[in-house]
Design a protein around this ligand. Structure first.
Ligand SMILES: Cc1cc2nc3c(=O)[nH]c(=O)nc-3n(C[C@H](O)[C@H](O)[C@H](O)COP(=O)(O)OP(=O)(O)OC[C@H]3O[C@@H](n4cnc5c(N)ncnc54)[C@H](O)[C@@H]3O)c2cc1C
Length: 563
C-alpha cells in the first residue's frame, strides 16, 4: 500500500508484472550443432582406426543428431512409455506393445542408416569402426531404442551357424528398412531380432534354465521344435523373432523363434507384462510365457551357449559404445553449461576446481572411446590372429570397465550443471538413469570378470596379445611403464583370480587405455590420464587431476561449439 509505483500501475499490466527480473547467466540449450564435427576425439579415432572413408557420411549424420527436432524425438520417446495390450477388443490374443511415434522415427533412422547391418553387408577395413562411430552419435540422441538395433545387428553371427535358417532370415535382418507392423514376418521385407536367455531361477547362470524344447519330428540343427517355459527378461518384445535358449535331452540349445507361425497364426509366445524400469524406459522389456511355441534349432544341439555367445559378444561390444556415448553426451552438456555460466566472478569453466572436474570427465570419455574404437578395429580384422585374441579378451574387460565407470560420470556431469541438471526437462536425469543398465545386462560386472578368467584359462595367448598390444606404448611415459610392469608381475600367479578379478580387470583396462592414449591420443589428455589413473594420488572422485596437468587445453578440446 505504501509503494507509490504500485498505486499508479494496473494490477493486470503484464509489462509491470513480468518485470520482476531479467533472466541472465543461463546457457542456451545445447542444440543445432554437429555432434561429429564438434567431437575432436571421435573424428581422430575414426581416421586412426581405418574408417576415414565414412567421414562425409558421419558429418551428415552428426548434423542430424544435433538438430533440436532430433533431440526432441529422444525426449518424446522417453516421456511416453511403451504401452501393452494382451488382446484386441474382440478377444484375440495380440501381444502388442505400442510406442510413441518418436520411438518409431528413431528406429527408422537407425535401421535406414544400417546401424544393424553395415559391417555385415559391407565388411572390410573400417566397417565396424564406421558403424561404431555412427552408433556413438545416434545413441547420444536416445539410448534405449538402440537395444533392438543392437540385438538385430548382433544376431547375425549366431544365426550364421545354421546356414539354412540364415538363408531365409539374413536378407530381411540385413535390409536397411524399418517395418513396425504386428504382422507375420512373411509379410515383411525387413525384420528385427531379440534375444531371450534369462529365466527367473537362473539369470546369469543360464545352465539352470528350465524352458524345454521338444522335437516335432527329427531332432537336431535346423529342425523344428516346440518350446514350453518362460523368460524373465525379454527386451523389445515386438521383434519379429528371438534367439532363445531351451533345454533338449542333450542340454541347453539355441533356437530361432518367430512371433508368428508360417501359417499366419500367432506363435504362443505370450507377453505377460512389461517391466517397470527405472531407466531405459523408451525400450520395452517384458516377461514372457512360452506355451508350445514353434522354433528352429540354431547350431549344434546341446551347444546353445556356444551358439548364442557370438550374439552376446556383439551386444557386449555395443554396451561399450553406448556407455562411451553416454559419457560424451554428459561431457558435452557439462562443458557447454560451464562455458556459458559464471559464478563468483568467473566463467565456471575457468574456475580452477571446476576445470579439474571437467577435464577429468573428458579424460574418462576419451579413454573409453579410444578403447572402444580399438576393439572395433580388432573386429574388422578377425582373420589376423593378434586381433582375434585381442578382441576376445578386450571385450569383457572393456564391457566391465567402461560400463561401470559411466554412472558416476553421469552423476558428476549432472552436478557440474547444478540444480537445473536434476530437472526432468534436462537430458541429464535420462543419462543418469540409463547409465547402470549397460553394466547389468549382457553379463553383469562380475560375470565379465569371470569371462575374462575363462578366456585366460582356455586361451592363455589372449593375455600375451593383450600385453603385447599394451606394451606398444612402452618408453612413452615412466608412469605407464611402471604400471604395466606391476600388472604383468601380478599376473604371474592367477591362482586366486576370482577373488582378485575386479582389481586385475580394472588395471587391465587402465593399462590398455593408457597405452592407447599415449600412442594415439591428445598429449595433454594422455599426460593427465597417466597422472591421475596410473599413479595413486589418494583421491577417489572425479576432479583428482594433480598439479602440472593442463585442464584448459583438455576442456577446449572437449567443449562443443554451437552456432
Ligand atoms: C533393462 C533390462 C533388459 C534386459 N533384457 C534382456 C533380454 O532382452 N534378454 C535376456 O535374456 N535378458 C535380458 N536382461 C537380463 C539381464 O541380462 C540379466 O539381468 C543379467 O544377465 C543378470 O542376471 P540376473 O538378473 O538373473 O542376476 P543374477 O544372475 O542373479 O546375478 C546377480 C549378481 O550376481 C553376480 N554373479 C552372478 N554369478 C556370479 C559368480 N559366479 N560370482 C560372483 N558374482 C556373480 C552378477 O554379476 C550380478 O551382479 C535384461 C535386464 C535388464 C535390466
Amino acid at each position: 500500500m505504501n509503494n507509490p509505483q504500485r498505486k499508479t500501475e494496473s494490477a493486470t499490466d503484464n509489462r509491470y508484472l513480468s518485470a520482476t527480473h531479467e533472466v541472465i547467466n543461463q546457457p542456451q540449450p545445447l542444440e543445432n550443432y554437429n555432434l561429429y564435427e564438434q567431437d575432436t576425439a571421435l573424428r581422430e579415432a575414426v581416421l586412426r582406426e581405418g574408417a576415414g572413408f565414412a567421414n562425409d557420411d558421419l558429418t551428415r549424420f552428426g548434423a542430424w543428431t544435433g538438430l533440436a527436432d532430433t533431440i526432441e524425438l529422444g525426449n518424446q520417446a522417453n516421456a511416453n512409455k511403451p504401452g501393452f495390450r494382451t488382446h484386441d477388443r474382440y478377444g484375440h490374443r495380440i501381444d502388442e506393445v505400442t510406442f510413441h511415434p518418436a520411438y518409431h522415427e528413431l528406429m527408422r533412422v537407425a535401421l535406414e542408416n544400417g546401424l544393424h547391418s553395415s559391417p555385415w553387408t559391407n565388411p572390410g577395413k573400417g566397417a565396424h569402426v564406421a558403424r561404431a562411430a555412427k552408433y556413438y552419435l545416434h545413441s547420444q540422441v536416445e539410448a534405449a531404442h538402440c537395444c533392438p538395433v543392437t540385438m538385430t545387428f548382433a544376431a547375425i553371427p549366431s544365426i550364421q551357424n545354421q546356414p539354412d535358417l540364415a538363408k531365409l532370415w539374413a536378407p530381411k535382418i540385413l535390409a536397411n528398412e524399418y517395418d513396425s507392423r504386428n504382422v507375420p514376418d512373411s509379410k515383411k521385407t525387413s525384420v528385427t531380432i531379440g534375444m531371450a536367455m534369462t529365466e527367473k531361477q537362473g539369470g546369469s547362470d543360464v545352465r539352470a534354465n528350465t524352458t524345454m524344447a521338444y522335437p516335432i519330428g527329427q531332432q537336431g540343427p535346423g529342425q523344428p521344435y516346440e518350446l514350453v517355459g518362460h523368460k524373465w527378461f525379454v527386451s523389445a518384445p515386438m521383434c519379429d523373432a528371438f534367439l532363445v535358449l531351451a533345454q533338449t535331452t542333450s542340454g541347453l540349445s539355441c533356437f530361432l523363434m518367430p512371433r508368428w507361425r508360417p501359417d499366419g497364426t500367432k506363435n504362443p509366445w505370450q507377453v505377460q507384462q512389461l517391466k517397470n524400469k527405472m531407466g531405459n524406459v523408451a525400450n520395452a522389456s517384458s516377461e514372457v510365457e512360452i506355451r508350445g511355441a514353434l522354433a528352429w534349432m540354431v547350431g549344434e544341439e546341446g551347444r546353445g551357449v556356444r551358439t548364442i555367445i557370438e550374439m552376446v559378444a556383439m551386444t557386449r561390444f555395443d554396451c561399450m559404445i553406448g556407455s562411451a556415448a553416454g559419457m560424451r553426451q554428459a561431457v558435452a552438456q557439462a562443458t557447454h553449461h560451464c562455458h556459458n555460466r559464471s559464478a563468483f566472478g568467473a566463467t565456471l569453466s575457468d574456475q580452477p576446481l571446476m576445470q579439474n572436474v571437467l577435464a577429468d570427465l573428458i579424460i574418462e570419455n576419451e579413454a573409453a572411446l579410444a578403447y572402444t574404437m580399438r576393439v572395433a578395429r580388432a573386429m574388422d580384422n578377425q582373420d589376423n590372429e593378434h586381433e582375434r585374441l585381442l578382441a576376445r579378451l578386450a571385450t569383457p574387460v572393456g564391457k566391465y570397465w567402461i560400463c561401470k565407470r559411466t554412472p558416476n560420470h553421469a552423476y558428476e556431469a549432472m552436478e557440474c550443471i547444478g540444480g537445473s541438471g536434476v530437472m526432468e526437462d534436462c537430458i541429464m536425469p535420462r543419462l543418469f538413469r540409463e547409465s547402470p543398465v549397460n553394466a547389468i545386462w549382457e553379463g553383469s560386472g562380475n560375470v565379465q570378470c569371470l569371462d575374462t578368467l575363462r578366456a585366460l584359462q582356455k586361451e592363455p595367448e589372449t593375455l600375451d596379445a593383450f600385453f603385447k598390444e599394451a606394451a606398444e606404448a612402452k618408453g612413452a611415459d615412466r608412469r605407464f611403464d611402471q604400471y604395466l610392469a606391476q600388472l604383468q608381475h601380478n599376473f604371474a600367479d592367477i591362482s586366486d583370480f576370482q577373488y582378485r578379478a575386479r582389481n586385475l580387470v580394472d588395471r587391465m583396462a587402465l593399462t590398455m587405455q593408457g597405452s592407447l592414449l599415449l600412442r594415439f591420443g591428445d598429449k595433454d589428455v594422455a599426460d593427465a590420464f597417466c597422472a591421475s589413473r596410473l599413479q595413486n594420488n589418494g583421491g577417489m572422485n572425479y576432479g583428482n587431476l594433480p598439479s602440472g596437468t593442463n585442464p584448459a587445453a583438455i576442456i577446449k578440446r572437449g567443449t562443443p561449439v554451437v552456432g
